[in-house]
Design a binder for this molecule. Structure first.
Ligand code: HEC
Ligand code: HEC
Length: 351
């Protein structure tokens, strides 16, 4: 009997410990100091798509966005913030969690993507169903399986916290908190998440720290032969939607949920490959835990989905043939896309 009780006691503790650790309550420092913010287009990048004219970037707007991003008050039961699923140490993805988990442990069906270079994106979410950056946070806030809240509720809650009306007034000229201001402030914070200081970028821009070793150099050549048709430089995506043969039949309809076109079933956006080292697991449903599994998929796992991309069936066999040696070289190249400056940038951490 005693043994049983001890075991139950231990189990309960484990469960509490698990949740306490996973929720990682963020204590926010609401101090009002601001720093200068400037959105700079890296030399090796194209022009961004987002038009800042509709939402001018200001130090207060950015500061407000950062506070909101890490504030658990945005979720219905105040248990999670945006930062719970989008962690700065993982380039704002949800490291080690295949699909995200919202309030009350609700399990979603997609992997939380990293958040960076969003101002260059054409569509948001894995299926690109949202075409405006300013609306990209809306879903997370109201989605019953994410923050499960509504804007009236959040506005009332924030209105009651001293600093917020002051900041909203300064950022948007109005101390009455409206949903549009909340979304715009979050966009200002997220627009600043630019990742363009990896070894690869330094190599391309011929800057110090940009020397590839032989393996990385050979990996880069292989990458350009085998992967770049879809993962185009410098964003490492051509910003289209394709099927890369994960399943014979796609359970998640992907792009079709928006377009209602049979040829779009199972198509997902071509994701960026920047910061892969810290954004595991991979694919829209987080099915692959490691990059080795991803490469094995391209070499011998590609399935004959009816919408499989022509690029992946252009040879005598499905997929992209990659010997072990080639896989290791590509892996070495992919690791040059990790941007430590970005991941450790203190402007983007919990305030
Ligand atoms: C419960 C976990 C969770 C929370 C909390 C969450 N997100 Fe997400 N986020 C996701 C998932 C999962 C996706 C991908 C959804 C899809 O493709 O359908 C996503 C997608 C996004 C995207 C689109 C990125 C892209 O590259 O297309 C943005 C932007 C974003 N979230 C911002 C936010 C903001 C801002 C908040 C807080 C208001 C937030 N998220 C809260 C899980 C979460
Ligand atoms: C035909 C276009 C195409 C080609 C060629 C291609 N990919 Fe992809 N890749 C995609 C698509 C589409 C996805 C997302 C699929 C999904 O989640 O359903 C993806 C996903 C990935 C991911 C997961 C990224 C993440 O954040 O989850 C990695 C890693 C990757 N590809 C690496 C490669 C490498 C390395 C090559 C070359 C050997 C390659 N890809 C060739 C289209 C392509």
């Amino acid at each position: 009997m005693k043994k049983k009780i001890t075991i139950i006691f231990l189990l309960i503790n484990l469960i509490i410990g698990y949740f306490a650790f996973n929720l990682q309550p963020t204590k926010i420092d609401y101090n009002l100091s601001e720093e200068k913010v400037e959105f700079l287009v890296p030399n090796n990048f194209p022009k961004p798509i987002y038009d800042f004219k509709g939402n001018l970037l200001t130090p207060t707007g950015f500061k407000l966005g950062r506070l909101l991003f890490y504030d658990r008050q945005l979720s219905l039961d105040q248990s999670i913030s945006c930062g719970s699923c989008h962690k700065s140490s993982s380039a704002f993805s949800n490291f080690n969690r295949p699909v995200s988990r919202g309030v009350k442990g609700c399990a979603g069906n997609r992997n939380a993507p990293g958040l960076f270079n969003l101002a260059w994106q054409r569509g948001y979410m894995w299926d690109g169903r949202i075409d405006q950056f300013d609306l990209s946070s809306h879903n997370a806030i109201i989605n019953p399986c994410e923050m499960a809240n509504d804007f009236d509720h959040i506005s009332a809650r924030l209105q009651a916290i001293k600093v917020y009306p002051v900041l909203f007034k300064k950022a948007f000229g109005d101390s009455t908190i409206k949903s549009k201001y909340i979304l715009n402030a979050l966009t200002q914070f997220m627009a600043m998440l630019v990742s363009a200081n990896s070894k690869y970028d330094k190599y391309i821009r011929k800057e110090p720290g940009g020397n590839f070793n032989d393996e990385e150099q050979e990996g880069y050549i292989l990458f350009r032969q085998k992967c770049k048709s879809c993962h185009q430089e410098p964003l490492f995506t051509d910003r289209t939607y394709r099927n890369n043969g994960l399943d014979v039949r796609s359970l998640d309809k992907g792009r079709d949920s928006l377009t209602r076109t049979a040829t779009d079933v199972g198509k997902f956006r071509v994701p960026s490959l920047r910061n892969l080292e810290v954004t595991a697991p991979y694919m829209h449903d987080g099915r692959f835990a490691t990059l080795n599994e991803v490469l094995a998929h391209y070499d011998h796992g590609v399935q004959p989905n009816p919408n499989l991309d022509p690029e992946l069936k252009s040879n005598a066999r499905l997929g992209i043939s990659l010997s072990f040696k080639e896989q290791n070289k590509i892996l070495a190249f992919l690791k040059t896309l990790t941007d430590k400056n970005f991941i450790n940038d203190i402007r983007f951490q919990t305030p």
